[in-house]
Design a protein around this ligand. Structure first.
Ligand code: GTP
Ligand code: MG
Length: 135
């Protein structure tokens, strides 16, 4: 059975959308294995986002992720890695399809940070690496 890391980012927690996001995951039939409220520090975030170090959006992204608590979810299910990314929708909430978390609940990107409510691991390798970091 596959596992993935889902993060409800600081905007999702601040807007009280954790329950709504988990409801969508559970309704899809995926299982909640572990859950944790985390105030992420720079060390954790630099490992989590190592693929983005040096990109123009890296610093605002990390500052945003440090700005408040995050809910980390360990989720299991057949095909859950791709399945959750499908539930989440496209990275930019402006163009994410209706019916997806980002499309239904996300707001237009701000000027500096990208507040798109959730993170989901993008491959089996990323999921294993990220789950070890957050749990
Ligand atoms: P995650 O599930 O959060 O990893 O989203 P993703 O896989 O759809 O996006 P990606 O891994 O490419 O980028 C990680 C995060 O960086 C995104 O969720 C956004 O918050 C932010 N991000 C990605 N691309 C851009 C960009 O072009 N500009 C800005 N400002 N932020 C970006
Ligand atoms: Mg990603």
């Amino acid at each position: 059975l596959e596992e993935t890391l889902v993060l409800v980012k600081p905007d999702g927690v601040a807007r009280n959308l954790t329950g709504e996001i988990l409801r969508r995951i559970e309704q899809k039939g995926y299982g909640l294995v572990d859950v944790k409220l985390v105030e992420a520090d720079r060390e954790l975030l630099s490992k989590h986002y190592e693929e983005h170090v040096g990109k123009p959006f890296y610093e605002p992204l990390v500052e945003f992720m440090e700005s408040g608590p995050i809910v980390a979810l360990r989720i299991e299910g057949n095909g859950v890695i791709a399945g959750f990314r499908s539930l989440a929708g496209a990275t930019d909430p402006t163009t994410a399809a209706p019916g997806t978390i980002r499309g239904d609940l996300g707001r237009d990107w701000g000027l500096k940070v990208q507040q798109n409510l959730v993170h989901g691991s993008d491959s089996v390798e990323s999921a294993a690496r990220e789950l070890a970091l957050w749990f």
